[in-house]
Write a protein that binds this ligand. Sequence first.
Ligand code: R7I
Ligand code: MG
Ligand code: MG
Length: 355
Amino acid sequence: DLSLLSKKFRGSMLGVLTGDCLGSPYENDEPLSTASKVILQKSFDKLEGPLFKAPVMQFTDDSAMTKSVVESLIEKRGLDLDDLSKKFVKRYYQEPNRGYGQGIVTVFQKLRGNKFSDLMTPAREQFNGQGSMGNGGAMRVAPIALFCCNDYDQLVNMTKRATKLTHTHKFGVNGAILQAIAIQKSLMMDPKQALNYATFLEDLINKMDVIEENDEEFLELSESEIQPFKTQLRIIERLIEKSLTNENEPHTDEILKLLGNNVTALHSVPTAIFCFLRAQYPIAEINTENPMRRAIQYAITLGGDTDTIASMAGAIAGAYYGEDNINAQLLNHCEAAAEFKELANKLFDVVTTIK
Ligand code: R7I
Ligand code: MG
Ligand code: MG
């Protein structure tokens, strides 16, 4: 169904943008208190209501880098690392104050310094040669997941290559792959059929089991150390199970202790997937019938890297539900919403002509 698929493209791209715009004012906050959750609820209600005059909410590096990825995929009709790295760097120097990660700026400086003659070394040199484990690869991966559509091998391959321009640490790369798989999987599902969280997670677990290969040099380590993303996915399953039995709904403290809410991929990508899956069901102190809004709003209440976790949850939710679940009034309050919609349409055209 091409019309549904195009709605899902727009849903995912606008999910990235709205999650980022809505989440960024709360970045680095503590998990929200009950009083702050009431304020957040009212602010969402106002933004979704008619005739609300408010300054447009600005996007951050998450959307800026996503924009470079989608523009490059459209122009080059595929992944062109030379073009993509130039777009990242150019956009950074045009608008350096979009809240970029502390470390990634060094990569941009080195790429500009070597005039893009060596695309891979700057990222490898990050953090004393271990590479960045930040969530910057994951936060910008949505257009790649949409581009690859239903081609799984292409998705894994392209995500690895695009991520390694800035993030070479295994956790940074595998986190981006996990986020990409979650989006692609959501894109291919029928939103009218009930989503079984256990089946959804089981598939991700099986895929991460292969991706996080058991390396001989790590034989001394436990499974959670060798396959950390797989381990986190199992934790998500337990947390949702527990929350649905109601008697002992896990507290935010417990969720954060287990999943995390910081700028590392390992402690943010699984959290975003958790928010998406948990938000299919009602959540205390969040009043909305819309599970996509619920996912974004819930991600923000967890505090920490709110723009990125809300944006990644939005990307998955948008790929699943499509643009119909994004409030039109709300979009008027998000910078560049019309442009993101247009880019989603162009990407959709490219994908449908190639495939
Ligand atoms: O991953 P990255 O692009 O940052 C994205 C985050 C998102 O939350 C955005 O919204 C924005 O706020 O930043 O940028 P990096 O600088 O590569 O990684 C982000 C941060 O993760 C770094 O500044 C470090 O604090 C931390 N980090 C590490 N710390 C120690 N050792 C990443 N890798 C390492 C590491 O190997
Ligand atoms: Mg940001
Ligand atoms: Mg962030």
